[in-house]
Design a protein around this ligand. Structure first.
Ligand SMILES: Nc1ncnc2c1ncn2[C@@H]1O[C@H](COP(=O)(O)OP(=O)(O)OP(=O)(O)O)[C@@H](O)[C@H]1O
Length: 309
């Protein structure tokens, strides 16, 4: 369990985190969302004792990070996949962490196997791809078999197989009763993985809500549809109260209905489909609506906050 109360951090004139209070519960995957500069990384760093709060508290299993007797056995984190020394091998990097964290060396081979790096365990980290470094970072997070996991953009650099793997891993970790807090800018990824969502903007909590509730609130996103009978399809969808607009190469962008419903409507009218692709997920639509007042940088506009000095 992670508990954050009145957590505040200012850097000079910039209020990066502003009186945040929330709990992250065990047994579910909790997504941590916010526009660029919202304060997600700063919050995660304070939970991990890497930054001192200006005021307020963040505790892990009831204690501040610095008061945890064996931190890596309580909380594991993926923050910066570039953190491993390039000259070390994957195994020696993990052995070094295990030694410092009071973890038995045999655990190193277990986590290497878990993340699929056993075959390259003896290779230097400097030659690793971003995806391999990401897997190594996840191995490091899991090393102490912690009850709490904090993952910042874990799908970065992973290929489609890797993305499916991390999705399954996060679900498994939560199903084992662990606390999993994960940040990502990929809304479709979040929607597929997170059960609960914390949304912050300009350092403040905007929403602390179940994924199902959040995505049912707003519109259902937009779906790109292609068909050789596009006009018949457009009129069928409009008849079902969808919003329909023309898109590139004779396709349609359909709002107000999800892909499954559009498929059913087309089938009922025997209209063949050539493409049926969600473009903007319902989570993305809800996120945009929630954070519209708190984006720090907007395309075509100047930043509304001073840059850090
Ligand atoms: N070390 C620092 N010194 C000064 N300002 C900082 C520092 N770290 C973060 N900030 C500022 O604090 C605010 C929050 O930044 P933070 O990196 O926590 O946001 P974020 O939500 O993680 O953003 P992103 O999605 O872009 O990673 C930003 O305005 C940022 O410029």
């Amino acid at each position: 369990m992670i508990r954050v109360r009145g957590l505040t951090k200012s850097y000079g004139g910039t209020l990066a985190v502003d009186r945040l209070s929330f709990d992250v519960a065990p047994g579910v995957v909790t997504g941590f969302l916010g526009p660029n500069g919202a304060g997600k990384s700063t919050t995660m760093r304070m939970i991990l004792g890497l930054d001192a709060p200006t005021s307020g508290t963040a505790t892990v299993n009831g204690r501040r990070y610095r008061d945890l007797p064996a931190p890596i056995q309580e909380i594991g984190a993926l923050l910066d996949p570039g953190a491993a020394h390039p000259g070390r091998t994957a195994r020696s990097h993990l052995l070094w962490l295990a030694h410092g964290g009071g973890v038995r060396p045999r655990r190193v081979d277990e986590v290497l196997d878990l993340v699929g790096l056993s075959a390259v365990a003896g290779r230097r980290v400097g030659g690793f791809s971003l995806g391999m470094r990401q897997r190594l970072g996840i191995a490091a997070a899991l090393l102490g078999d912690p009850r709490v996991l904090l993952l910042d953009e874990p799908v970065n650099g992973l290929d489609p197989e890797g993305i499916l793997w991390i999705r399954g891993l996060m679900r498994d970790l939560a199903a084992q009763g662990r606390t999993v807090l994960v940040s990502s800018h990929l809304m479709n990824e979040m929607q597929a993985t997170a059960d609960h969502v914390l949304v912050i903007g300009r350092g403040r909590l905007i929403a602390d809500v179940g994924m199902a509730e959040l995505t049912a609130r707003g519109d259902s996103g937009e779906v790109l549809v292609a068909s050789p009978h596009i006009e018949a399809l457009a009129s069928a969808l409009t008849g079902e109260h969808a919003s329909v607009r023309a898109a590139e190469n004779g396709t349609l962008l359909v709002g107000g209905l999800d892909a499954a419903r559009i498929g059913e409507i087309a089938l009922a009218r025997r209209i063949p489909l050539r493409e049926l692709t969600p473009r903007r997920t319902s989570l993305e639509a809800a996120f945009m609506e929630l954070t519209s007042d708190s984006v720090e940088h907007r395309s075509g506009q100047h930043a509304t906050q001073g840059s850090p000095s």
